[in-house]
Design a protein around this ligand. Sequence first.
Ligand SMILES: Cc1cc2nc3c(=O)[nH]c(=O)nc-3n(C[C@H](O)[C@H](O)[C@H](O)COP(=O)(O)O)c2cc1C
Length: 353
Amino acid sequence: MKRLTYISSFSQPLTADEVAQIGDRSVTNNTRDGLTGVLFCFNNVFYQILEGPEDALNRCYARILKDPRHKDIFCLEVENDIAQREFGDWAMKTVRLDESGDSLIRPIRTMLNSLARTHYVLERYSPHEVLTGLQKGDNPLGWTLKTSEKTILFADLFSSTTFAENLHSAAFERLLSVFYEIANRSVTENGGTISKLTGDGLMAYFKSGDAGNALNAAIEICRRLDDVRKNAKEGDPTALLYAGIGLCSGQVREGNVGSKLKYDYTLLGDSVNSAARLESVTRKVDALVVFDDSLLSRIDTPSALRGLGLYQPKGKSEHLKIYSVNYPYTRRTIDLVELKRRIVALKSERAVA
Ligand SMILES: Cc1cc2nc3c(=O)[nH]c(=O)nc-3n(C[C@H](O)[C@H](O)[C@H](O)COP(=O)(O)O)c2cc1C
């Protein structure tokens, strides 16, 4: 037998009757399927323990995961091969903790609240795969590296060191958050996943078959940054917010890397390194988005395709054909020395003012 414990949040406010309906349906189904457990609900949070035969429990949990009445489902524990049930008398005991005046319930409420808060925080720091694995009841610590095909996107802010040196920390933080907000939205709206933030840039990936979406995300980042620059007031550093983006498609190894003490869920391989190198090419050519044949061969040829010639990556003997797309906002119209000069000038403008 298996036991599973998870926490989730209401996706919209639920009345007492609606919660009771969940409980009633659960009792009917669980009695039929030989499952038992308890469902606490408090302050828009569900906390459920479900136990019983593995197959029946997996089927039930798959239904629960798809239920639109709750979201942010986070599996706290999976116990396989349990010998005994803890809640054998309850097909599903549903307890609304907000209603109970029992003083013993208070510490449970506090504990559930702090669990929900911890989950909210962890969700923002943890890799997407790790969260999805936990949600399904897997233990990510046991995962080994696997091979898959992905498109990798690297985006990096231009002249971030000069910004950091010349702006007040609050202004620099604001600049970074404008950039990350745009990059995050553009990647996720196109079905990509942010793999890591690198301090002044990010790495994202798109699943096999989504190379075109990755290119769209890169174009979208450039278009939105162009809007921000055009709408910036005089003296606002966002007028100088540019990023270079490199894209590459191919096989990667993905999974846990690190030591027993500290793991990172990451992607490794030639395509990852190449995407990072192609990003750095944006500093040498007049294009803000650069990709190679690995991506082009996986998409319909874009009407705005622009050849950039040949490029020899560091440490490689062969030359790669590299490309960009021809939109006004994907062109790098500013020289990087000039960009630095203008960032430094922001500081002196502030000093004069
Ligand atoms: C927080 C929560 C807990 C649930 N627990 C159970 C459960 O223990 N057993 C169950 O069959 N359905 C449970 N459900 C309902 C399922 O998501 C799903 O709606 C139901 O199993 C569908 O049953 P039906 O196919 O008989 O309509 C729960 C739903 C929510 C939101």
